[in-house]
Design a protein around this ligand. Structure first.
Ligand code: NAI
Ligand code: MG
Length: 354
């Protein structure tokens, strides 16, 4: 099988880590029967300055018609609003209907406090529909926002969480070391207060996970979002897959990333029907750009995550294992992890293990 992968390096260290993502895909063993074709695509701040748009139409149309998946590095955003500029990744999620944001947060198994969870965030609705208004009242201005929760979006995100839980179990069964015994999905909400919106999310997610595919295979529990934050920090090892509406998922996933020590380790994927964009969680890191010291691991793991959603689990598992082996040994680590290795040395070490 040949996979066509769009490469959107973007700005800053995006240009340093995306080539590493390409190399690890190219270095996968031939026995997997996977071939890759890469297409470099433009987006970001530099693109905006050159062309007047942060996301050229060509990038979107090539992704739509010619690509099976993509890797997105990072883009710089201006700190004050600039006319005509808007975030390309947010636009891509909309244009390609990438309805899930998936963020694995993981330490190595031998860590003093091992963590291995995935946060699955609904990516299309909730308060992020951006239907806000401000009205003048005799007592002053009042601002309101719509929080939209639909059965359709809640059901498909819960089903995706269930699928991810099953897939993780399969990878564990294949011998990957793990801290978990069985698949577990934790539904996060605040339905005790928002009985209609979060209530619908909760009920729909419950129903989806009670279907024949998951009923006997995946354990399901619930956690109110505020106590979820507390438990996430107190007892992160207790979680396997967490599913949440957009806003809670956004906050939980950034918070959880703090548990593993460096942004340079945390991958994500934006996933739709039959398409996935792997994306490291970090930004363009202007403070270290051009020095060759960016940690490539978030991007390598994002490449693996993309492969998982393109149904290439065996290839993904190989990348995860090579990355974990580098981290377990702990000799060639980049400066954000307390080491002295350059991006290139980390990449070489991981490629060798692959
Ligand atoms: P950032 O993630 O770029 O950097 C935060 C800190 O983490 C910095 O000290 C940086 O050196 C470090 N860091 C990040 N990734 C690293 C890696 N792979 N290896 C080693 N150290 C790493 O966030 P910041 O500084 O808030 O934003 C910088 C720019 O990136 C801004 O223009 C922002 O808008 C953009 N950004 C873009 C994102 C995206 O494209 N998805 C996400 C977050 C920020
Ligand atoms: Mg966020």
């Amino acid at each position: 099988r040949t996979l066509r992968i769009g490469l959107i390096a973007g700005d800053g260290i995006g240009k340093e880590v995306i080539p590493a993502g390409r190399r690890i895909l190219e270095a996968l063993p031939a026995s997997l029967g996977l071939k890759f074709e890469f297409i470099d695509l433009k987006a970001g701040w530099e693109t905006f300055q050159q062309t007047g748009t942060a996301l050229p139409d060509e990038t979107v149309s090539i992704l739509k018609s010619d690509c099976d998946g993509a890797l997105f590095g990072a883009v710089s955003s201006p700190t004050t609003a600039v006319k005509g500029y808007s975030s390309p990744i947010v636009a891509l999620r909309k244009k390609l209907d990438l309805y899930a944001n998936v963020r694995p947060v993981k330490t190595v198994v031998s860590a003093p406090r091992p963590i291995d969870m995935v946060i699955v965030r609904e990516n299309t609705e909730d308060l992020y529909v951006k239907e806000e208004r401000t009205v003048d009242t005799p007592e002053g201005k009042v601002a309101e926002a719509v929080k939209r929760i639909s059965q359709r979006a809640s059901s498909r995100i819960a089903a995706m969480a269930g699928e991810i839980a099953l897939r993780r179990q399969k990878i564990r069964a294949a011998g990957a070391p793990s801290i978990h015994r069985g698949p577990l999905v934790t539904i996060t909400h605040k339905s005790n207060v928002l009985s209609q919106t979060d209530g619908l999310f909760r009920a729909t997610a419950r129903e989806a996970l009670a279907g024949p595919r998951f009923r006997d295979a995946v354990a399901v529990e619930e956690q109110i979002v505020d106590s979820m934050v507390y438990k996430l920090f107190r007892q992160p090892e207790a979680y396997d897959v967490i599913v949440a509406p957009n806003l809670y998922g956004d906050i939980l996933s950034d918070g959880a990333a703090a548990l593993v020590g460096s942004l340079g380790l945390v991958p994500s994927a934006n996933v739709g029907e039959g398409f996935a964009i792997g994306e490291p969680c970090h930004g363009s890191a202007p403070d270290i750009q051009g020095q060759g010291i960016a940690n490539p691991i978030a991007t390598l793991r994002s490449a693996a995550l993309m492969l998982e959603f393109l149904n290439e689990e065996a290839a993904a598992a190989k990348i995860y294992a090579a990355v974990d082996a580098n981290l377990e040994e702990g000799k060639l680590l980049s400066p954000d992890l307390g080491g002295k290795a350059k991006t290139e040395e980390v990449v070489q070490d991981i490629l060798r293990r692959l």
